[in-house]
Design a protein around this ligand. Sequence first.
Ligand SMILES: Nc1ncnc2c1ncn2[C@@H]1O[C@H](COP(=O)(O)OP(=O)(O)OP(=O)(O)O)[C@@H](O)[C@H]1O
Ligand SMILES: [Mg+2]
Length: 258
Amino acid sequence: MKIEVSGKGGCGKSTLSVLLARSMKKLGYRVLLVDGDESNIGLENMAGIKEPVHLLDYLGGKKEFKAMLNQTMMAGNPAGLFSGKQTIDDLPRECIASADDGLEMLVIGKIHHIGEGCACPMGVLSKKFLSSLETGEKEVVLVDAEAGVEHFGRGIVGECDLILGVIDPTAESFQLAQKMTDMAVKADKKICFVLNKVEPAIESVMKQKLGSATVIGAIPKDHSIFMESLEGRKLTKTLPEADEICRKILTDHGSDRL
Ligand SMILES: Nc1ncnc2c1ncn2[C@@H]1O[C@H](COP(=O)(O)OP(=O)(O)OP(=O)(O)O)[C@@H](O)[C@H]1O
Ligand SMILES: [Mg+2]
């Protein structure tokens, strides 16, 4: 199963990705956490994983990859490298780093230089990578997306089985939830939401603002999560709420409830 974790900037996508990845691991799944954010750099710290070789760098860097894209595009198959099907075990070993708990991580690629050009090659690489990657019954690929909806526009979400929207208590999050839902429905993609940074007094207000959207859980606003992020430490918090969300995703996947 491939899940894209989406939402507005700072809503908690990376935090949720790590919390859910750990919970899924505990439930006996093999989990590949994919850093699909070409700008932000904090995921490996949060996951406590030493950064692997980025997939884009493994392929020779952005310039080389762009040249390859142009060549393969002419042949009608952008980035032909990922044209066949592959499993997690087929991926280049250098590009996968593991945490002590067995959680695995892959980074698509990052922007490094002023004036290096747009991030479209990373978008194409993400899309091709996800479309070619096949997951087994007990495998989950969790993609921590960049902020906003660029990965919707690029069609990356189309390669995932489920879009998981993270909603923090801001008006922008609720507006974005509506937009994400509209786009997902049009593309016939499953979408559900998790509330984040929730305080008891506002949980019902948040749910109400989301209207008929499917909300599968709520993560409380938590001081230790915030402090670990502030200090750039590994996220150590485990939450029963995250376990419950994972159970829902893993058991309801394939049903109409998500
Ligand atoms: N449940 C929570 N309780 C307290 N703080 C939280 C919670 N979830 C996230 N945060 C804090 O919110 C901030 C943003 O979190 P995070 O980096 O996970 O968001 P993001 O959506 O990945 O951001 P970006 O769009 O920049 O990638 C961090 O300081 C993080 O510690
Ligand atoms: Mg992030």
